[in-house]
Design a protein around this ligand. Sequence first.
Ligand SMILES: Cc1ncc(COP(=O)(O)O)c(C=O)c1O
Length: 392
Amino acid sequence: MNPEEAEPIPFHRPSMTDAEINAAVEVLKSGWLTTGAKAHEFEAEFANKLGVRHALAVNSATAALHLALEAMGVREGDEVVIPTYTFTACGEVCAYLGARPVLADVDESGLIDAQSVARLVTARTKVVMPVHLGGQAVNPSPLRAAIPESVRLLEDAAHALPADVDGIRTGSLGDAAAFSFYATKTITTGGEGGVLATDDDWIAERAARMRLHGINADAWNRHGAGGKWFYEVEEAGFKYNLTDLAAAIGLAQLRRLDEMAAARTAIAAAYDAAFADCDLLVPPPRRPGDRHSWHLYAIRLNLENLHSDRAELVRRLSGFGIGTSVYFIPLHLHPWYQRSFGYQSGDFPVAEHLYERSISLPTWPDMTRVQVTRVSRVILDVLNEARRPVEV
Ligand SMILES: Cc1ncc(COP(=O)(O)O)c(C=O)c1O
């Protein structure tokens, strides 16, 4: 047997080369570890790559979402509309500011549904947060049409680097965008990290101050060559800056972004081809012409034709050494959202329908052809074994 056939295939494995390792070592030897020249270089390259005016490096996408909402003026009693089919970071950052996360249902592709949003907008709505789930970017046009002009759009682009809608890249689809460099994302800054991207000078200026204690100059300006010792605290800010060590790893990853994206796109195409004739699953939907990051390749099970549920199938795949994951358990099914905001099971039928059927397959860029073929074959075998007999 080919040795690759015996090895378990994890759901994710970060792609690390000598470039990332050498960049990290260089910073470790340099005498400057925290936010400094590397973080600024990372911000400049990121902004350039995306074609946005500002990219603020922070230590997570959660921090970026929080800073963006704060800069957009979200305060106690305000409302922020978010999809229920997302990660809890989207809801918790509203609560940090005393605002209420108002949940919206999603459409068949798992993205926030503009009609659902239109019904939820009130005089207190400050922001709508489209989530580019799995790397399929949300088309902002129907959303803009559904909300008043005063309501801002904050993209959750944690999954969507690189991605676009009709050629417009994530980061420019709304008023600001949060990117994640968490360990499993399309690029990582060594485990944790994020960027707040925006073309809005005011948001950028406010968030830059708030990400470092509300101080009017960052540590680099104070301690770097020619830096001044004087600073003033202008607001009660946060501690969200990204270290140079993380930024150096991020720079090396950013320079490999296109190569890694091409590898994930090829994996998605191989899955598409393998599953084309299978009536037991539906491949992930996508809008033709848009660029998908393929952070996730989430199949939808055709449960009506299967005698096993999703949990049982995930267990079986794991038994064959295939790592998978489930994105997301809708927020309204979690205790905090039910206790705090009165949501309950059954409130968002489309999100629940998708959740019960979804399994995300490995799409990490260093997967070999043999591994991709093995994942596809095991999926098809496991599903075919679980096929419900046809009643006569
Ligand atoms: C959709 C979504 N938004 C936000 C986040 C938060 O990202 P981070 O871990 O960088 O804070 C995640 C993390 O998994 C996510 O999946």
